[in-house]
Design a protein around this ligand. Structure first.
Ligand SMILES: [Zn+2]
Length: 351
């Protein structure tokens, strides 16, 4: 069903193997060819190593495309003259600048790329980065800014929070609080295991940047009733560094909720495929007074049976009343929660 690409031909390239060359003058902004994305790879073991390494395109949502000719022959250049953009649901190769007859068509594999490799680059351009590492997030900042207009929709959607930080003009709105179904459960020792498991992952991701990782919130308090959602506090040296871990967090299943979701912290969440929230990761810079609040609340309710009972009774009553609306439940417990937090902070000071 694909249009015959008339503006290009495949022949030997000075960069690498075969390349794709313009057979006519092409103006900046012009669509050069439509990519054939119908060859979705279901089972990577059916491919040869060469096909896996050189002929696959890794799109969002884990979709892998076995690229077809001519697009599979398009070489990388650190000074590209095209980019790929999804227009009307088809990925199309678009000219980034005017291209003359006989010029090789190239694109930069780091545009829409989020993988690392250490294959040497032989593009021969003046600003060659030396390796072909196709990872947008590891490009120098001025290069990222230059490429922002060329990013494809799926890539922007997948990495919008990171891209917004770099300067992509997505005006992120605070995600509305969902009226999602929720459950209230009696304390379960498995919650502590749920924390340990995730703390290991977070330790690996943040390395020395993380000074402390603690289990906080209701699931850290034996004897409580809670929504089975693990709250984790990560204390970091410098909040401004957190952004650079967002891609790794994303790969580990933690989605970044944006800088303004909770203004005092960087906030990541882990949701089950059905949308149920499994964990919340609260990342705070050392010295932030909210760190003590999280810890005081937990430590206080672990030892103060009276307030623990008050909190359990409040939650249970609200759950019976507003079992279908988490927002109402959350709003309802606020007053009691704030009062307990304030007593917890008082208690910690007097200790
Ligand atoms: Zn290069």
């Amino acid at each position: 069903m694909k249009l015959k690409p008339s503006k290009v031909e495949v022949k030997n390239s000075d960069i690498e193997g075969k390349g794709v060359f313009a057979t006519e003058d092409i103006k900046s902004g012009e669509v050069i060819l439509d990519m054939d994305d119908t060859h979705v790879v279901e089972d990577k073991s059916t491919l040869t190593q060469y096909e896996r390494e050189y002929e696959c395109d890794w799109l969002g949502d884990g979709k892998t495309i076995h690229m077809q000719a001519p697009e599979k022959h398009i070489n990388h250049s650190c000074d590209p003259n095209t980019y790929v953009k999804t227009i009307d649901s088809i990925r199309r190769v678009v000219a980034m600048k005017d291209i003359g007859v006989g010029d090789e068509i190239t694109y930069d594999y780091a545009i829409n790329g989020y993988y690392d490799s250490d294959i040497a680059c032989r593009c021969g351009s003046k600003n060659c980065r030396g390796t072909l590492s196709p990872n947008f997030f590891k490009l120098p900042r001025e290069r990222q800014l230059r490429y922002l207009p060329y990013l494809d929709t799926w890539f922007v959607e997948k990495f919008k929070y990171q891209l917004e930080k770099i300067g992509y003009p997505i005006h992120m709105e605070k995600k509305p609080k969902q009226h999602r179904a929720y459950t209230l459960e009696t304390y379960n020792p498995k919650w502590a295991e749920g924390f340990e498991k995730r703390a290991e992952k977070l330790k690996t991701i943040f390395g020395d940047e993380a000074i402390d990782i603690q289990h906080v919130g209701s699931t850290s308090i034996p004897g409580i009733v809670a929504k089975p959602q693990i709250d984790i506090l990560v204390v970091v040296r410098d909040r401004s560094h957190v952004q650079s871990f967002a891609a790794a967090m994303e790969s580990a299943g933690f989605a970044y909720m944006g800088a303004n979701y909770i203004p005092t912290e960087e906030y990541f969440v882990e949701d089950a495929p059905d949308g149920k929230r499994l964990a919340s990761i609260h990342i705070l810079e050392q010295g932030n007074p909210k760190i003590d609040s999280y810890i005081n609340f937990r430590d206080y309710l672990r030892v103060n049976g009276e307030d623990r009972a008050l909190y359990v009774a409040t939650k249970t009553a609200l759950y019976q009343q507003h079992g279908d609306s988490y927002a109402s439940y959350d709003a309802g417990k606020k007053e009691v929660l704030e009062a307990i937090k304030s007593r917890a902070n008082q208690w910690a000071q007097e200790r």
